[in-house]
Design a binder for this molecule. Structure first.
Ligand SMILES: Cc1cc2nc3c(=O)[nH]c(=O)nc-3n(C[C@H](O)[C@H](O)[C@H](O)COP(=O)(O)OP(=O)(O)OC[C@H]3O[C@@H](n4cnc5c(N)ncnc54)[C@H](O)[C@@H]3O)c2cc1C
Ligand SMILES: C[S@@+](CC[C@H](N)C(=O)[O-])C[C@H]1O[C@@H](n2cnc3c(N)ncnc32)[C@H](O)[C@@H]1O
Length: 576
């Protein structure tokens, strides 16, 4: 296997805003859109050409794929049309590939041409991930935008799921051949649902031939405005109407993993049932938790996922409420880590607005959060049916307790029971590890959340100090230990200095579940699934992983790359 490349931001978009403000790409000698009728052109050449809005009527889910997100004009035009014509309860998923993403300023400037789209553009700019590489799902109610920041040739094979309409909007084929190659067209065919339609502005012979070769039926149509022709294509077959009404999910374990699964189902209009033991042991039951990214120097599928899941979690928690404070300072506890972080700040897997070196050589994560887990979990479960109980196994479409008593019926079952999984015989083949972690309280002068190998979070009446990492021993993992408090205090003092005085609030101990690879684990399939191994970053990973699992079950396009999905499925970790 070749060495992974360094993980950096995507290359920037070079844009000239010409006399009339039309965004142009000098390197490609082409424009992003025409300021003279660009919106009407998008509606004709892409939306109408793909049979929209008629084709999305009556379906629960419709997926549009686009090559070349650019300024997002086509996306906003689709969103506007969706708002005007959607059926209640249905969802639009717009998946768009872009190798040179605009920055916030360019995006705002380009979209300022379309005041009629302001209400959509404002929301897009607010959630815009900038030039961060990889898959980024942005949630706008019943519309989801999954941006894939990567070149087409590399991105398309990473998409998993079926697309119902394609907008091919690269720069003109003579100037941007990468976006129109026969390999790209083969990938479009692989991903197209039966009856999928394509709209594009070009009628270049090479494009027509590549589409035909890939299995599409291609037709030249009368062009828009000054252009003589445009192209429509269709993938043979009968469009299937997608419906989720048969899904009745039962989630076993109501920590952050279960809560996020519940949220993702509820968002699709599917009411989940959550069964939770309510025994006060949840790792998700701490008074506060950090939402801070894991940063890798190397560009691996999971490294991109770490960034995407972080951005997704921030977005989700902003929407849900439960944020206690924002901005986290990081002090490197060793010279080796300082060197690594300095390298990261030069290499930039995330932009400065998310991660930067401070003048005193500490680091800042300006958008990282301290959240209140209880609020986040409760808000995520707002539309779920809650049952107190302890799930033991699934039989004949029902979840039973250890005595064989039925707790609930369902069509799909999800094990998200944290440390509770250790007691379930049927999962004993999973290679899981358990790490006890204790949080302590002290009085300090810390006025901002800070990490240093451990962490300090100033709460209302005390500073929360965490966290120890200990193997399980013969004693209860939930009983707090004086020795662990001492370790938390010492680590704080070693990295921050004094003063520190123990506070009278009781410490809390719970258990992290991890895997040998330290990656999260999605196990099972068909009717019975599981999400575990969230380690020390459950609040960062769970929202996007849950979204991926639920998308898979509902037959949607996955919001994460196929490579990342495969990493977390890690077959060798699943009992046969
Ligand atoms: C000390 C400590 C500090 C941490 N700090 C952070 C942090 O700052 N940021 C971060 O992102 N992550 C942090 N983590 C990690 C994070 O807390 C976990 O990754 C996450 O909470 C795991 O969520 P979960 O839903 O998988 O499990 P849990 O939160 O443990 O939830 C499992 C739930 O299932 C229930 N249950 C168990 N068995 C059954 C059963 N058979 N039937 C029904 N219900 C059952 C339990 O009662 C529990 O409610 C920390 C962990 C620890 C231990
Ligand atoms: C005509 S513009 C797209 C306009 C866009 N649909 C809009 O609504 O503004 C073409 C886009 O393709 C992108 N692009 C060029 N080469 C690419 C490649 N190999 N892979 C992915 N995107 C590419 C460009 O950066 C540019 O944003």
């Amino acid at each position: 296997m070749p060495e992974p490349l360094p993980l950096t931001l995507c290359p920037p978009a070079r844009i000239d805003f010409g006399d009339k403000g039309a965004p142009e790409a000098p390197e490609f000698g082409d424009i992003y859109f025409s300021t003279d009728g660009g919106l009407t052109e998008a509606q004709a050449v892409f939306l109408a050409a793909c049979g929209l809005p008629d084709r999305w009527h009556g379906t629960d889910y419709f997926a549009i794929g686009e090559l070349g997100f650019g300024t997002g004009l086509n996306f906003l035009a689709a969103w506007q049309m969706w708002d005007r014509s959607k059926s209640t309860g249905s969802r639009l998923h717009f998946i768009s590939i872009e190798k040179f993403p605009l920055d916030h300023k360019q995006l705002r400037q380009a979209l300022s041409h379309w005041p009629e789209l302001d209400q959509y553009a404002d929301q897009l700019v607010k959630k815009w991930p900038g030039r961060v590489k990889g898959f980024h799902s942005l949630e706008f109610g019943d519309v989801t935008l999954t941006l894939i920041h990567e070149g087409c040739a590399e991105a398309l094979p990473q998409i998993s799921g079926q697309i119902d309409a394609w907008f091919l909007d690269g720069f003109s084929p003579s100037k941007n051949p990468d976006m129109w190659s026969p390999d790209v067209m083969e990938e479009l065919a692989r991903l197209s649902s039966p009856g999928c339609q394509i709209g594009t502005f070009t009628v270049a012979r090479a494009v027509r031939e590549a589409l035909t070769e890939a299995g599409f039926e291609v037709a030249k149509k009368e062009g828009f405005g000054r252009k003589r022709d445009r192209l429509e294509a269709i993938y043979p077959g009968q469009t299937a109407i997608r419906r989720n009404t048969k899904i009745k999910p039962v989630i076993i374990g109501g920590g952050i993993a279960g809560a996020c699964l519940a949220y993702s189902f509820a968002k699709r209009g599917i009411q989940p049932t959550i069964i939770d033991a309510n025994d006060g042991t949840a790792a998700s039951g701490n008074a506060a938790a950090l939402v801070k990214p894991r940063l890798d120097l190397q560009d691996r599928p999971e490294s991109r996922f770490f960034l995407s899941s972080y951005l997704f979690a921030l977005q989700r928690y902003h929407a849900l409420g439960g944020i206690f404070s924002e901005s986290i300072k990081h002090i490197c506890p060793t010279a080796k880590e300082q060197t690594r972080f300095e390298k990261l700040s030069r290499q930039k897997p995330l932009p400065k607005s998310h991660f930067n070196l401070l003048p005193n050589n500490d680091f800042e994560f300006p958008q990282s959060m301290v959240i209140t887990p209880k609020e986040i979990v409760e808000n995520s479960c707002a539309n779920s049916k809650m049952i107190a109980g302890s799930g033991h196994h699934v039989k004949d479409g029902r979840i039973l307790d250890a005595q064989g008593g039925a707790i609930s019926e369902g069509s799909h079952f999800f094990w998200s029971c944290g440390f509770g999984i250790r007691d379930l015989q049927q999962f004993s083949g999973l290679k899981l590890r358990y790490s006890r972690g204790q949080l302590s309280y002290a009085r300090t002068e810390t006025d901002q959340a800070v990490t240093y190998g451990g962490y300090a979070i100033p709460l209302k009446n005390a500073t929360l100090l965490g966290a120890t990492h200990k193997r399980l021993d013969g004693q209860s993992p939930f009983e707090a230990r004086i020795d662990d408090d001492r370790k938390n205090f010492e680590k704080f003092l070693a990295n921050n200095g004094g003063p520190l005085e123990p506070a009278s609030r009781p410490s809390r101990s719970s258990v992290r579940v991890t895997t040998p690879s330290t990656l999260p684990l999605i196990f099972g399939g068909d009717q019975e699934w599981g999400l575990t191994g969230l380690g020390s970053r459950g609040f960062v990973f769970a929202p996007l992983l849950a979204e991926a699992i639920v998308a898979k079950i509902c037959g949607e396009v996955l919001p994460i790359s196929d490579k990342a999905w495969t990493r977390f499925r890690a077959r060798e970790n699943v009992p046969t």
